[in-house]
Design a protein around this ligand. Structure first.
Ligand SMILES: Cc1ncc(COP(=O)(O)OP(=O)(O)O)c(N)n1
Ligand SMILES: Cc1ncsc1CCOP(=O)(O)O
Ligand SMILES: [Mg+2]
Length: 204
C-alpha cells in the first residue's frame, strides 16, 4: 500500500459529475498521489455513483482513494480508507469497521495531543489545518506551520490542509508536511493538471 505523501487532492462539492470526473482525471494526470472524495451536499445515490467512478479512476492511476466522513460508503466502493474528524466516527471504530489494511486519516486541527491520541487509536495519518485561511471552510480552526516541526516523532505521515495554493504550498512543504491536501487551490478554475503538476513537483 503506497504511503500518504505528496499532493493529496480533495474533491470540490458538486452535483456535476461529468466535470468532476474531468477535473479529478486532470489532477491525477498532474501527479496527485491521494484522492479524497468529499461531498457534503448531494443525494446518497449520486454520492455512491460519484464515489464508485472516482474509486476506479484513482485505482487505475495508482493513487490512494479515501472517502471523507462515511465509513459505509468507503466500504461500499472498496476505498483504500476513510478520513474522519471530530464530528465523524472515532478512529478506532473506523479501523474496526474497515480492517487492519485500511488507511484511516484523522483530522487533528491544531492539536498535537489529539494527533498522539489518533495514532494510538490506529490512525494511518493525521491532518493539521487550516494552515491558511480557507475559502472552502472559512470557519476552520487555524493551525500554525510549526506543528510539522513538532510532530516528526508521531511516526505517521502528517498532512497539511486549508487554503493551500500554488503560491503558498512551498512554505508548507518547507515546514515539513508529508502531504498537502488541496481543494480550491487545485480545482478552482481551469488548468487543473498544470496546478497539480506544480504542487506535486514540490515533493520531488
Ligand atoms: C486530509 C483531510 N484533512 C482534514 C479534513 C477535515 O475533516 P473534518 O474536520 O472532519 O471536516 P470535513 O472535511 O468533514 O468538513 C479532511 N476532510 N481531509
Ligand atoms: C476540509 C477542510 N478542513 C480544514 S480546511 C478545509 C478545506 C480545505 O479546502 P481548501 O483547500 O479549498 O482551503
Ligand atoms: Mg469530517
Amino acid at each position: 500500500m503506497p504511503k500518504v505523501s505528496g499532493l493529496y487532492a480533495i474533491t470540490p462539492d458538486t452535483d456535476d459529475s461529468e466535470r468532476l470526473i474531468e477535473q479529478v482525471s486532470a489532477a491525477l494526470d498532474g501527479g496527485a498521489r491521494v484522492l479524497q472524495y468529499r461531498n457534503k451536499g448531494c443525494d446518497p445515490v449520486r454520492r455512491l455513483w460519484q464515489a464508485s467512478i472516482l474509486a476506479s479512476l484513482a485505482r487505475s492511476r495508482g493513487a490512494l482513494f479515501i472517502v471523507n466522513d462515511d465509513v459505509e460508503l468507503a466500504r461500499a466502493v472498496q476505498a483504500d480508507g476513510v478520513h474522519v474528524g471530530r464530528d465523524d466516527a472515532a478512529v478506532a471504530s473506523a479501523r474496526a469497521a474497515l480492517g487492519p489494511a485500511a488507511v484511516i486519516g484523522a483530522s487533528c486541527y491544531n492539536d498535537l495531543a489529539l494527533a498522539r491520541a489518533a495514532v494510538a487509536a490506529g490512525a494511518s495519518y493525521v491532518a493539521f489545518g487550516a494552515v491558511f485561511s480557507s475559502g472552502t471552510k472559512p470557519g476552520a480552526v487555524a493551525a500554525p506551520l510549526a506543528l510539522f516541526a513538532h510532530s516528526i516523532d508521531l511516526g505517521v505521515p502528517r498532512v497539511a490542509i486549508g487554503g493551500i495554493t500554488v503560491a503558498n504550498a512551498g512554505q508548507v512543504v518547507a515546514a515539513g508536511a508529508d502531504a498537502i491536501a488541496v481543494i480550491g487551490g487545485l480545482f478552482d478554475g481551469d488548468d487543473v493538471a498544470e496546478r497539480a503538476a506544480t504542487l506535486a513537483a514540490l515533493f520531488d
